[in-house]
Write a protein that binds this ligand. Structure first.
Ligand SMILES: [Ca+2]
Length: 164
């Protein structure tokens, strides 16, 4: 159903339509991040059926987390709810880092910044993806590792360019 042009693959527009249907419209930036994290390794722009199934199930898990940690039932996730949600997943992200991250979604109205589901997924997946990259290097799970400059740059840059 999602593969509208019957190519056997899902591109970013098809993905955006598919995941926007049940919830609010998904930001194309979040769609691109999901595509970047789940794409077929042999194909840079599309998902096959297997990758799509993994992506879909992952989104369902984020939806569950979103609902569980939206403690005040505002339909959005604020800084403290985000911190608790990430902590439950094993990510102890410093508040100062979360503050910077969440400021990206500040609409300038002076109101407290809160994340919609797609922004929540974007933040969560980015933090999770970068943490996993770090863990690949931190083989003994000490929370400390060593990078050279090339490794550091090739770890971070794909997250910055692939979906923005
Ligand atoms: Ca909330």
């Amino acid at each position: 159903m999602v593969d509208r042009d019957r190519s056997g693959f899902i591109d970013e527009n098809e993905l955006q339509q598919a995941i926007s249907s049940g919830y609010q419209r998904f930001n194309i930036r979040t769609v691109r991040l999901l595509m970047f994290l789940f794409k077929n390794p042999n194909d840079s722009l599309r998902c096959g059926p297997k990758e799509f199934a993994a992506l879909w199930s992952c989104l369902g898990q984020w939806r569950g987390i979103f609902e569980r940690y939206d403690k005040d039932r505002s339909g959005k996730i604020d800084l403290f709810e985000l911190r608790d949600a990430l902590y439950s997943l094993g990510f102890a992200i410093p508040s100062s880092v979360l503050q910077v991250l969440i400021s990206k979604y500040d609409d300038g109205s002076g109101r407290r910044v809160e994340l919609n589901f797609d922004s929540f997924v974007e933040c969560g997946m980015m933090l999770k993806g970068l943490t996993e990259k770090f863990k690949e290097k931190d083989k003994r799970h000490t929370g400390t590792t060593t990078f050279n400059y090339d490794e550091f740059m090739s770890m971070i840059i794909p997250f910055l360019v692939s979906y923005d």
